[in-house]
Design a protein around this ligand. Sequence first.
Ligand SMILES: [Zn+2]
Length: 238
Amino acid sequence: MNLTTDALRKLHRIHQQLADLRSELERGPLQIKAGNANLDRIREINEAAQENLTQAKVACAAKQLQLQTAEDRITDLKRKRNECGTNKEFQSLIEQIAADEMATSVLSDEILEIMEKIDEHQKTADEAQTQVESVQEDLEKFKQRVEGKRQTLETDIGRISDELTEKETALPANFKTDYDRVVKARGDEALAAVEGEMCSGCYQMVTSQMLNDLYMSRPVFCKSCGRLLYLPEDSKGG
Ligand SMILES: [Zn+2]
């Protein structure tokens, strides 16, 4: 292999393929990281919903205990009222019973309100729980897909890297240093085709001397951006 147009074009294509595969390989873990962050966020929402439900249930139980205590007191007062001896005592008990019955009525209303809230909290909490499970399941499947793809990508990268090494080893020795330098600096953008007498990397004009050199299969670097140039496929060079 020497510096024919065909050889340089192939080299460029290999660099681009490798860059694409590597960026795809890097994308997987980034997507998983974003997925984990999303799951954490949904878990937090779920925890808050479960906590709201628990608190509402605790508040309801406390009110129900209050109600039970008040009802027991009313029963006790009614018993005393039936057994009392004086009119004054009787009047006083009647008033206490009326006041307590008012209080239990308010408590009953409050309990109904809390129970309605519990229903709402229960619904929200159930939905949040379902969502956590669904997101978790999707994420697991996604992780498996990424893992499967990782293996394929690594195999492809290995194969194409070998191909690259093989092609690079065949490059003329006196040219290898310049080539290595530009590849190190620019990676998959180390090479550029000449299109319409312009470097397709930076759109600067290519001189006729440079074109002549290209037709002679000599190494030509763009004077503006430093990319290694090659002729387009339909040219007579190479
Ligand atoms: Zn250029």
